[in-house]
Design a protein. Structure first.
Length: 344
């Protein structure tokens, strides 16, 4: 292939990518519930397979798994919804407390000979705006779950289809066993990543909720859910989750509790992110920091708050697909967090 043909090939590929992204953005109201359903179905699949191995009928296994997921999600959604309403009502009070606490800190700083005023700080830091943004983002995710009946129905149909999928694949790729092996390997990798990441994120959320409760910070469940959701975003997710919780601890309980809150987030994420997760996840699923940031921007722009939540899983799935295709393997190496490529 000549250089000119290569250039045209890349230009056509880029144009196709732009068109696909634009189409996804236009169809986001349909695509977002479907994506959520697919992710939930993938996470449910191991539990359903375990029940079927114990001779539980397929329909009963699906009913049991969906019931457990539905009960858990509904319970957490009710708690978070109540916390968000109370949180929004108390924002003016938090803003006033922030002014008082900040004034006390400024007095201490000025006692060392520095001259800072609260008006200067207020021009750069507005905690009420930040906390309102957190509340708006969580409401956006909750809004995507308003079609809960639709999501559950899609999950049920996907799980029923998943039972017959191996048989259909063997028939469809009967003359291409190598392609079938690659596809099965890709599906197993995606399933393993999503299940382990979800379980690790649940552990992170539970630990943060308990720590917030011990410290006496308002709305511990809300901050635990934030930690759970943002644990899907490596490198910067834990920082984003910690900032509003630390600010609230500072406003509500003072500087010492804010420091303990930040320390709790740091310890939990160091243990979970550097000890527990690598042990079960293994290496080879990292993304470079730049790719993480660009993924947040791209998928957040396309699908809104849900897109930001699913941005890294979506990018990881794309990476696994690139690794499964020898022609696209170089793209997987480019977006990886490590440069030696030895694990590939």
């Amino acid at each position: 292939m000549t250089e000119q043909h290569k250039g045209i090939h890349w230009l056509v590929g880029f144009a196709a990518f732009v068109i696909i992204i634009a189409a996804l953005k236009e169809a986001s109201q349909i695509v977002v519930p479907f994506m959520l359903s697919v992710f939930i179905a993938i996470i449910c699949a191991p539990a359903m397979s375990s029940l079927r191995r114990r001779k539980v009928p397929t329909w009963l296994a699906i009913v049991l798994v969906v019931f457990v997921i539905l009960t858990g999600v509904s319970s957490v959604a009710l708690l978070v919804g109540a916390s968000l309403d109370e949180f929004s009502n108390q924002l003016p009070d938090y803003k006033q407390r922030f002014a008082e606490e900040t004034s006390n800190v400024i007095k201490v700083i000025n006692s060392f000979g520095l001259h800072i005023s609260y008006d200067q700080i207020k021009g750069y830091v507005d905690p009420s705006a930040l906390m309102q943004m957190v509340a708006s983002t969580l409401r956006g995710i909750g809004g995507a779950l308003t079609n809960l009946i639709l999501v559950v129905m899609i999950v049920i149909f996907i799980l029923f289809e998943a039972v017959e999928l191996p048989k259909k694949l063997s028939l469809a790729f009967s003359d291409a066993s190598q392609s079938l092996d690659r596809f099965e390997s890709f599906i197993k990798s995606v399933n393993r990543y999503l299940v382990i990441k979800t379980l690790v994120s649940v552990l992170t959320g539970v630990l943060i909720t308990c720590w917030m409760w011990v410290l006496g910070v308002d709305f511990p469940v809300l901050w635990g859910v934030c930690a759970f959701l943002l644990n899907f975003v490596p490198n910067i997710g834990s920082i984003i989750a910690a900032v509003p919780a630390v600010l609230l601890a500072f406003v509500q309980l003072g500087g010492l509790s804010a420091g303990l809150t930040g320390m709790g987030f740091l310890v939990v994420n160091l243990i979970v992110g550097n000890v527990i997760e690598p042990r079960y996840m293994g290496k080879g699923l990292g993304l470079s920091t730049l790719v993480v940031f660009l993924s947040l921007l791209l998928w957040g722009w396309v699908f809104g708050p849900v897109g930001m939540l699913l941005s890294i899983p979506l990018t990881i799935i794309m990476k696994l697909a690139f690794e499964a295709n020898p022609k696209m393997h170089w793209l997987a190496v480019m977006i990886d967090s490590e440069s030696d490529g030895s694990k590939h």
